[in-house]
Design a binder for this molecule. Sequence first.
Ligand SMILES: NC(=O)c1ccc[n+]([C@@H]2O[C@H](COP(=O)([O-])OP(=O)(O)OC[C@H]3O[C@@H](n4cnc5c(N)ncnc54)[C@H](O)[C@@H]3O)[C@@H](O)[C@H]2O)c1
Length: 277
Amino acid sequence: MAQFANVKQLFDITGRNYIVTGGAQGIGLAMVHALAQCGANVVALDMQAAPSTDYASLAKQLNVRLSYVQADVTDEQGLTAAFHRAFELLGGTVHGLVTCAGIALEKAFHATTWAECRKIQDVNVTGSYFSAQLVAEQMRKQGTREGASIVLVASITSHTVLPQHRMSAYSASKGAVRMLSQALAVELAADGIRVNSISPGFIDTEMTQEVRNANPAMVAIMNDTPPLKRIGTRDDLLGAAVYLLSDASAYTTAADIAITGGLHVQMALDNKLAQQP
Ligand SMILES: NC(=O)c1ccc[n+]([C@@H]2O[C@H](COP(=O)([O-])OP(=O)(O)OC[C@H]3O[C@@H](n4cnc5c(N)ncnc54)[C@H](O)[C@@H]3O)[C@@H](O)[C@H]2O)c1
């Protein structure tokens, strides 16, 4: 008779320590809540002065350690200092990272400026790159690699072009993030560190609210184009993050989980049909 693992235990991240970039609002804030709910300690990093949730009372309520450190992921010295502060706040051991700090731009290719394009690559690609580097370095130093897992937030735009959207600079950055995840997965495997990505589709956050405010036609696009016929919520992403951080995904590295309501496949089909004579 085969012996099977205790599956609930595989998902258990109680007492583990995580860092979430972009943790002041949106998807990052939801990740902080989710990990804390699961009994993990979390440090959120973000460029905003303060998070949109009172972390102190949440920490008390959930009986975990939650801290907030202000940092710009594009500032080499500031980011290095912020991560070192985060490691201290976590007692010197970090089990994982989720990179949610990111910016988007919906703008025609011909009108996009050097400054706009550089800014997007700097925040989304270089910011994720060095956040991962700082965490991997700490994981190597601290002696224990138990549960060592890095989750990079890419995007559906690393899979396909979105309907009625012109996001060339953003798509280029998210394609880079998804490939970065694969490159790191292979390079860091020898250190016992797993690296995966999550590619959200349309998710209801401040980021997409701005797009919908600027162009009301986007409301219907975001709700009707996914095969599951609704915009995603931040809650739709949380299970995948907990899975990728926990031992339930111990043999999963270099994977991307696309959480799009099916839109990344639907778009690929639509684009194929559109090309037929
Ligand atoms: N919302 C969506 O539909 C969607 C879809 C696919 C991918 N994503 C990605 O998910 C991530 C989170 O998106 P969101 O919707 O929560 O966006 P959001 O704008 O609501 O939150 C992004 C957070 O990142 C922080 N941030 C931005 N630049 C930073 C910097 N230089 N340094 C530190 N922090 C910085 C912001 O202050 C903010 O708190 C982004 O990488 C985004 O590209 C979002």
